[in-house]
Write a protein that binds this ligand. Sequence first.
Ligand code: NAD
Length: 291
Amino acid sequence: MCYATVWVRCHQWRLSASRTTLTVPITKDGMGSVTYEYDDETVIVTGGSSGIGRAIALAFGAAGATVINADITPEPKDADATEPTHEAIETDGGTARYVETDVSSRADIESVVEAAREFGGVDVMVNNAGWFTRGDLFSVDEETFDRIHSINTGGVFFGCQAAAADMRDRGEGGVIVNTASISSTHAQADQIPYDSTKGAIKMITQGAAIELAEEDIRVNAVAPGHIATEFGSGAEQKEESVAAGDLVKPIPLDQPGYPSDIAPVVLFLASDQAGYVTGETVYVDGGWQAF
Ligand code: NAD
C-alpha cells in the first residue's frame, strides 16, 4: 500500500513527503524520522476539517494520497488554520475533496465511500469524527445519549461497514483506522455518554479486524490522550489544565498532545509497515493510561 523510509535526524521529528514537510516539535533529542509515500492511494478522513482529523488529512495529502474530507462543515475550528483542509492540500499541490457528510447518517457515509470511486475507491478509511458532551448518569437525556452514540459509535461502525463493503467488492483489500481514546479503557466522572462510545470503538475495531482479515482488510485504532484541539473545551484550556496539574492524574510526559502527534501513528497503521498489525488500539497519550 505504501512504503516508508527511515533516517536519523537529530533535534527534530519530521514527517516529510514530496510536496510538503510537516515538522513536529519534540521534547527531547530526535531519534530519527519516517517518510510515508501514499501516491495512488485514496484516503477518506471523517471529521477532517479540524483538530486531529485535519492533521491526519494533511499528513496523508503531504504523503501523496488523494484525500476526501468527510465532515459536517469544511470550516476549520483551529486557531492556526487559514483555509479548509482540502484547499490546504491542493495549495500544496495535492489532490483533495470535501464531501459534506454527517457520520451519524449511514446514507451519508455510503455516499462519501461512493464518491471515492471517482479516484479508484477508498484504500484507507479513517473513522475519526467525534462529538463530546459532559453529564452525569442522572442528567443525560435520551436525545443526548442517542446523539453521541450515533455520531461516535455509529459513525465508526457504519464507516467500517461501508468502507469494508467497498474494499471487499473491489477485491483489493484496504485499511481502516478508527479514532478511539484513553476513554476507551479509562472512565472519568461525568463522561459515561462519551466514554461508552469510545469503549465501543475499541471493540468494533477488534471485531471488525477478526471479520475482515480474510478480506485482506486490517482494522486498528489510535487512542489519543489529552490533545490540544477545540474538542470539548478549547485548545488553550487544555494546555492550561495540563500546566496547572488539573487532570484526574498527571501526564508522565508532562505536556498535552497535539494533532501532529496523532497523525504519524495513523499513517504508520495504514502503511504496509504495519502489515501484521490488526485489531490493535495504539495509545498516543504521553503515558497517561500507563498507570
Ligand atoms: P475537533 O472538534 O477539533 O474535530 C472534530 C471534527 O469532527 C470537526 O471537524 C467536526 O466538524 C467533525 N464532526 C463533528 N460531528 C460530526 C459529524 N456528525 N459528522 C462528520 N463530522 C463531524 O476534535 P478532535 O479533538 O480533533 O477529535 C477528533 C477525534 O479524536 C474524536 O473522535 C475525538 O473523540 C477523538 N479524541 C480527541 C481527544 C482530544 O483530547 N482532543 C482525545 C481523545 C480522542
